[in-house]
Design a protein around this ligand. Structure first.
Ligand code: NAP
Length: 211
């Protein structure tokens, strides 16, 4: 059976989506030049040039980049190269996304929505805050503890991170806990004083950013 479409780029996004879509989709290196519709799963910096090889029959996955004649489907998730449960995950669509791609994403549970193209950088910056920067905070918190000889048992910070996300998903801003949400000034001052200067600034800034 020939592939319905091809994915170019065997990185995190390409591999995860190809594994989920199965044999109906061909996963190829970025140097391939297949017939038919092509989904570009390559670094943002490579999209513009590669798209010129497939005029009118390719789409890309970049949440930030907008190209006038190349539609985009941006899955609002963090891929690890493996298929996952994506039901309910937003899919930001810009341009005239071919039905073959839209249907394929919907079959995996993604929820397409139209994102105005001029809002792509803002949308993507928000995604970076919620994903990569959140990861930096968790990794930084763990590194601070380790630097002082504290080794958390079991799953470490993961249960706290998961419970925090669950609370915020259910209750919005009211789901926040901690001394800033409670207004415990003495605790805030004591905790801040214990941090290295660079983290102290982040701690204070984030604590009051939504006030
Ligand atoms: N990672 C995520 O969680 C995520 C989430 C949403 C959207 N996206 C988007 O998905 C796209 C791919 O991201 P990714 O995380 O999968 O990237 P990645 O893991 O870095 O993989 C990209 C793949 O592109 C190919 N490639 C590498 N350098 C290249 C170059 N200079 N020119 C052309 N192709 C090159 C390689 O595949 P071959 O060796 O097979 O050629 C590489 O494995 C990006 O537009 C990104 O914004 C990613």
């Amino acid at each position: 059976m020939s592939a319905v479409f091809s994915i170019l780029g065997r990185g995190r996004a390409g591999r995860a989506l190809a594994e989920a879509w199965g044999a109906r989709v061909a996963l190829l290196p970025h140097s391939a030049r297949p017939e038919g519709p092509v989904l570009l799963a390559v670094p943002d910096r490579a999209v513009t040039e590669l798209a010129t090889a497939f005029p009118g029959r390719c789409a890309h996955l970049s949440g930030s980049l907008h190209l006038a004649d190349v539609p985009c489907a941006h899955p609002l998730t963090s891929f690890d190269g493996k298929a996952a449960e994506w039901t309910g995950t937003p899919l930001a669509v810009t341009g005239d996304l071919p039905e073959v791609f839209r249907r394929a994403f919907e079959a995996l549970g993604f929820l397409p929505f139209v994102l105005p193209e001029d809002l792509k950088p803002l949308y993507h910056a928000a995604a970076v805050l919620a994903s990569g920067h959140a990861a930096t905070l968790w990794l930084g918190a763990d590194a601070l503890l380790r630097a002082h000889g504290v080794r958390l048992p079991g799953r470490g910070l993961a249960p706290l991170a998961e419970a925090t996300l669950r609370n915020v998903e259910r209750h919005g801003a009211a789901g926040r806990t901690g001394p800033f949400a409670r207004g415990d000034q003495a605790t805030i001052m004591r905790d801040a004083a214990a941090l290295p200067e660079s983290w102290r600034e982040v701690f204070q800034k984030l604590g009051t950013l939504l006030d």
